[in-house]
Design a protein around this ligand. Structure first.
Ligand code: AMP
Ligand code: ZN
Length: 114
């Protein structure tokens, strides 16, 4: 998907602050952070949203949550707590149509979100 921003980040055509890279996923810092730690974890494969997941994608999701766990430790938020958010569709505020997991941590958060 040459017009997809996150595919271009995966392909290193757009520079970002990469936190960690694995064979199936990449993690980089959000350009507009909403918390002291705000990292996006993205599958390398172009999957538009949660709606496009099926059983065959289970391995990728396992990789992503393993990566999230490891980053939480390396960023020092594993014990204090953090939030993982996947905006899906227009009303939820999904702006980039390439599945991504927001990791937010380093401050207290309210519930419900706005
Ligand atoms: P969403 O609104 O859930 O689709 O999230 C998209 C996120 O991508 C937003 O939090 C943006 O700040 C972030 N973002 C957009 N462009 C970039 C970029 N070039 N590098 C890093 N993060 C970005
Ligand atoms: Zn993409």
């Amino acid at each position: 998907m040459e017009d997809c921003l996150f595919c271009r980040i995966v392909n290193k055509e757009v520079a970002t602050d990469i936190v960690e890279e694995r064979p199936t996923a990449i993690a980089f810092r959000d350009i507009n952070p909403q918390a002291p730690v705000h990292i996006l974890v993205v599958p390398k494969e172009h999957i538009p949203s949660i709606k496009d997941l099926d059983k065959e994608k289970c391995d990728i999701l396992a990789d992503i949550f393993s990566l999230i766990n490891d980053i939480a430790v390396s960023e020092g938020i594993s014990q204090t707590g953090y939030r993982v958010v996947v905006n899906t569709g227009e009303e939820a505020g999904q702006d980039v149509d390439h599945l991504h997991f927001h990791m937010l941590g380093g401050r207290f958060m309210r519930w419900p979100p706005g």
